[in-house]
Every structure is written in C-alpha cells, then in structure tokens.
Write a protein that binds this ligand. Structure first.
Ligand code: HXC
Length: 257
C-alpha cells in the first residue's frame, strides 16, 4: 500500500514505517495519524511481520502535533472529535514496535516514542514536551507514560519548563533503550527488530503484554498475569523446540505455534 504521509518497507520479518512530512518536520497531522494507523493495521495483520520499526527523518522523528491544524480547533471541536484518541492505536499494537529516533521528538512526537516498546536514539536525538510553551499541555500520554517511564522529577522538569533533553540525558534517565551513532540508527533498529521477529511470536507477544501490565496494575496483579502467561507458554511447540534446541546445542527453529 502507499500512503500520503508515511513510507512503508519490509525487511525480512520487519515492517518499517517512516513518518514522511519533511517540510513540517513530521508534524503529526490528522492525515499522518490516519496513515500511521493504516500502516500499523496492515503490519499487525501480516503474518510475515514479527516486529515493527517506527522512524522519521535524520532531522526529526516528529516535532509534535501539527500546530497549524490545532490552531483552528476550539473546545467543542476537540471534544466531539475526541482529538488524540486515534493516536492510541500505536499503544495497542500487539507486535513489538521499535522507535528509531533521530533529531527532534517533541510533544506528540515524544509521546509516540513513549508508546513504542524499545526506543533506540541516534546521538543527535532531542526529546521534549514543549506544549506548555504554547499554552497547552501534553495530551497524548506525556504526563502519564513519561512519569511512569522516568519518574516525577524529570517529568515535571520536561512538562513544566518545556526543556529539551539530549540523547545522553534521555538514556541516563531511562527514556531510551540504547543510543547509537546517527548513521547507524535505522540499521540498528531493524537489526533489533529482526532479532525479535526471529523468536517465538507467542512468547514475544506475551512478554510485551506482561511488561505493559507493570504500568497498569498493582504488583500482585502484575505478577499473577506474568505467571499465567508464563505457564501458558508451556503449551506451545515453540517452547518445546526452544528448550530442546538449547540442550542439543543447536539453533532453535521456531514455528510460531
Ligand atoms: C506544524 C511545524 C511543527 C509543528 C515544525 N513545523 N514543527 N508545523 N506543527 N509541530 C514546521 C515549521 O512551521 C516550519 O514550517 C518547518 O516545520 C521547519 O521548522 P522550523 O521551526 O523552521 O525549524 P527549526 O528552526 O529547525 O526548529 C525546529 C523545532 C521547531 C525546534 C522543532 O520547529 C519547533 O519548536 N517546533 C514546534 C515544536 C512543538 O512545540 N511541538 C509541540 C506541538 S504540540 P515553515 O512552513 O515555516 O517552513 C503537541 C501536542 C501533543 O505536540 C498533544 C497530543 C496531540
């Protein structure tokens, strides 16, 4: 499929989605979110795809919601349209999503990265929640996912002052999984996604679900969810194969069954 504002490619088991509004630093317009969601739906439905990479350009992952579009909206418009609800599609994807972030990840762009599972940052990446400087505030999970991800002190600093942080600080505070040289960003993100895509899909999807429960439930409930999912994997052929392959000292041949 082709889309107006995102480009899609596949790389041996991995679906790559590249945000592509270069003149607006990938500002997240209504059209872009619709295109992103359609591309996510297609990769979710494609059995050949085991993981997804979401990236932007070298200059910008995404500079936030489209301010030109937002400027035209009033309260009743955003309320009736449930503005931003559609952005949550990314957070509901079951397959792992690796964000490959170069340049600016601001406002809604930072929030999209926070919905991904791994965040691999180029050394030139800059993260921020500058909505406050527009008289707004984060609206796509920034106050919630960022706080759960990096804690109150850094979240308040970013959300109340709009200060941007660089890749090194983002890694130090736990906002990103890895920092890599900008020139290697997409290759490294694809390699990480391919590693995941080559594993047993039931175990991967359940592991993702279990980790995400940590952010949504009390500890005892999260531990119970984990144990139920862990037990259920003993019913898969892939777990039999994975353990047998280890003991036979050979690579596992997972069949996703
Ligand atoms: C619309 C944007 C945009 C945005 C950049 N552009 N960000 N257009 N919405 N969020 C456009 C500029 O208007 C400009 O268009 C072109 O992209 C290049 O941007 P410049 O500002 O000229 O580039 P530069 O000087 O390099 O500065 C980069 C920047 C700056 C620091 C990223 O663009 C910036 O501050 N952008 C806004 C960041 C922001 O406030 N984001 C939060 C948005 S609110 P022209 O036509 O002039 O060339 C948000 C709410 C989320 O995200 C809540 C859920 C919806």
């Amino acid at each position: 499929a082709t889309y107006e504002t995102v480009l899609v490619e596949t790389h041996a088991g991995v679906g790559l989605i590249r945000l592509n509004r270069p003149k607006a630093l990938n500002a997240l317009s209504r059209q872009l979110i619709a295109d992103l969601n359609a591309a996510l739906d297609a990769f979710e439905a494609d059995d050949a795809i085991g993981a997804i990479v979401l990236t932007g350009s070298e200059k910008a992952f995404a500079a936030g919601a489209d301010i030109k579009e937002m400027q035209a909206l009033g309260y009743v418009d955003v309320f009736l349209d449930d503005f931003v609800a559609r952005w949550e599609r990314l957070a509901a994807v079951r397959k792992p999503v690796v964000a490959a972030v170069a340049g600016f990840a601001l406002g809604g762009g930072c929030e999209l990265a926070l919905m991904c599972d791994l965040v691999i940052a180029a050394d030139n990446a800059k993260f921020g929640q500058p909505e406050i400087t527009l008289g707004l505030m984060p609206g796509a999970g920034g106050t919630q996912r960022l706080a759960r991800s990096v804690g109150k002190a850094k979240t308040m600093d970013m959300v109340l002052t709009g200060r941007m942080i660089d890749a090194a600080e983002a890694e130090r505070i736990g906002l990103v999984s890895r920092v890599v040289p900008a020139a290697e960003l997409v290759d490294q993100a694809i390699a990480a996604a391919q590693k995941i895509a080559g594993l047993s899909r039931p175990s991967v999807l359940m592991a993702k679900e279990a980790v995400n429960r940590a952010f949504e439930s009390p500890l005892a409930e999260g531990i119970r969810t984990e144990r139920r999912l862990f037990h259920s994997l003993f019913a898969t052929e892939d777990a039999r194969e994975g353990m047998a392959a280890f003991l036979d000292k050979r690579p596992a041949a997972f069949r996703n069954r």
